[in-house]
Design a protein around this ligand. Structure first.
Ligand SMILES: NC(=O)C1=CN([C@@H]2O[C@H](COP(=O)(O)OP(=O)(O)OC[C@H]3O[C@@H](n4cnc5c(N)ncnc54)[C@H](OP(=O)(O)O)[C@@H]3O)[C@@H](O)[C@H]2O)[C@@H](O)CC1
Ligand SMILES: Nc1ncnc2c1ncn2[C@@H]1O[C@H](COP(=O)(O)OP(=O)(O)O)[C@@H](O)[C@H]1O
Ligand SMILES: [K+]
Length: 470
């Protein structure tokens, strides 16, 4: 499991450790990890390579300076630009002692930053030590101008890309976009949640020995998914494995029924039922002969392509005291499910309608709005997107790290709804069902896309091979 801690949690853990260790130990650990990561990124060693450090006033700049000193001792040509009036003094001294060059704020100030950068091209890597967890979101104009002028050079961010909001993953104004982010002690929410996560590039975690409390945000890894997957016990029969019912699709959108059922029929539940108009049921049976008609279920999947029938389908499903997936057209009636075990699966546009916000507003703060909706609707919310967020009413959340932009294809969400329903029917709680389902869906999409462009039904086809590999 990847766990992300807030700045407050990191500060508390750090204070604890600082009291027990000789001064500077944590920063040395951080700087060593950072220097190694820079060498790895450079590929053919540090010797003779040109490294530019962008240094702010705090310890983030200190990490960059000490790492720069280590790189200089390994033969790199290291230059530090101090972007603030003050900088970590011992870090500056260490870099100088190792043969690095230090330029002061005057050369890099505002308009001059552009000139300084263009006159000193040829850097192999830029190390962003402007601000870390002590920074306010956004960048000062001088830093923004320097970054503009350095565009195209690989960037390694120290702890986080300067300018992003560490705790929320939100962006306010300019920020660094990194190829690699080297973080210390633990991940922070900005490393997992979009839009900031998209600015981090690859993420490398350096262990500095922090003893951390429970995290409110996490991301499943393949081994976590494998451990949570339902498996048939030796004496299983189809009913003990759980029955998932699908109320999706309509005469206008029969494809939604087929796709929802294809996700539900992934083999993780014992049986799939379809409840809908006869012509649609005939189509479903033709594609999935194992599917049976309405009856008792352990979970319902309701709403995709249901059109005008969404409300009655949802009410009928609520009459059974079983968990449910509420998708697409049924989301308009999501307040009916408050307090019931349920997973709501909106994309940003649908969540915007549920919360009275524009789609772009939701996309600018997916973690915040998924949590808000989970609390307001008293249900688990799976907000779909590049980095889907799964939030519980109590604020705990997970982010899905699997997936591919090829999943941005019509009907992919229908497959996901069916899959999450199968996991609910098999007995996973709504938070696990949503996060495991979302991870499997992303990984199946990635697997399917290895062969070329995909359509939604390819995702369901890829599920058995993916599950086998787990
Ligand atoms: N925690 C740990 O376990 C460990 C932490 N470590 C490291 O320490 C880092 C945290 O260091 P930190 O606390 O000194 O804060 P940091 O982020 O360097 O900068 C804060 C200063 O920047 C300024 N400033 C603020 N906003 C700004 C902006 N938008 N644009 C420009 N400037 C801005 C503001 O000062 P001002 O210029 O306003 O006087 C403020 O005081 C952490 O990320 C990690 O790298 C490791 O060494 C080892 C273990
Ligand atoms: N850029 C992207 N990167 C990764 N996954 C994506 C991207 N865009 C969409 N997805 C995933 O594809 C699925 C699309 O679902 P949805 O928006 O409901 O589409 P539809 O309504 O057409 O089924 C979701 O699981 C979402 O997380
Ligand atoms: K930084």
């Amino acid at each position: 499991m990847i766990r992300a801690h807030t700045v407050e949690q990191v500060r508390a853990a750090e204070a604890d450790l600082l009291a027990r260790l000789p001064e500077g130990t944590l920063m040395q650990r951080a700087a060593h990890g950072l220097a190694h990561a820079v060498v790895d990124l450079l590929g053919s060693g540090a010797y003779g390579r040109r490294v530019l450090l962008l240094v702010g006033s705090g310890d983030n700049g200190g990490d960059a300076l000490y790492a720069g000193a280590l790189l200089a001792r390994r033969g790199a040509q290291v230059e530090a630009w101090l972007l603030s009036d003050t900088a970590h003094e011992r870090g500056v001294a260490a870099l100088r002692a190792a043969g690095g060059r230090v330029r002061h704020r005057e050369v890099t100030r505002s308009g001059d930053g552009r000139r300084a950068a263009s006159s000193t091209c040829g850097y192999d890597v830029v190390v962003d030590g402007i601000v870390g967890i002590g920074g306010r979101p956004g960048l000062r104009p001088a830093a923004a101008a320097v970054l503009d002028a350095l565009a195209g050079i690989p960037v390694v961010a120290v702890d986080l890309p300067s300018g992003v909001d560490a705790d929320t993953g939100e962006l306010e104004g300019p920020h660094v976009t990194a190829d690699l982010t080297v973080t210390f002690g633990t991940h922070k929410p900005c490393h997992l949640a979009d839009p900031a996560a998209a600015a981090c590039g690859a993420i490398h975690l350096v262990d500095i020995g922090l003893d951390l409390p429970e995290a409110l945000l996490e991301a499943l890894q393949p081994s976590d998914v494998a451990a949570l997957l339902p498996r048939p016990v030796p004496d299983a029969h189809k009913y003990t494995r759980g029955v998932v019912g699908v109320r999706a699709g309509s005469a206008t959108y029969p494809g939604a029924a087929l796709l929802s059922v294809s996700g539900a029929a992934c083999g993780l539940a014992g049986m799939v039922r379809y409840d809908g108009d006869d012509p649609v049921l005939d189509l479903v049976r033709a594609a999935h002969p194992e599917v049976v008609g309405p009856g008792r279920v352990q979970a319902w999947v309701v709403g995709s392509g249901s059109a005008a029938g969404a409300e009655s389908a949802l009410r009928a499903s609520l009459a059974d005291a079983v968990p449910l997936v509420v998708d697409a057209d049924a989301l308009a009636f999501a307040d009916l499910v408050a307090g019931r075990p349920a997973v709501l699966t909106p994309h940003a546009g649908e969540l915007g309608q549920m919360l009275g916000e524009e789609r772009e507003v939701i996309e600018s703060a997916p973690l915040r709005f998924a949590r808000r909706a989970a609390e307001q609707y008293d249900a688990v919310v799976l907000l779909k997107g590049r980095r889907s967020v799964i939030a519980r009413p109590d604020g705990r959340a997970r982010v899905t790290l699997s997936g591919t932009p090829w999943l941005a294809t019509a009907g992919a969400g229908d497959v996901l709804g069916g899959l999450v329903g199968a996991l609910l029917a098999a007995g996973l709680d709504p938070f696990d069902a949503a996060s495991v389902g979302s991870w499997l869906h992303g990984a199946a999409g990635t697997l399917a896309a290895q062969r070329g462009p995909i359509v939604a039904s390819d995702v369901a086809v890829a599920l058995p091979a993916l599950l086998g590999s787990l």
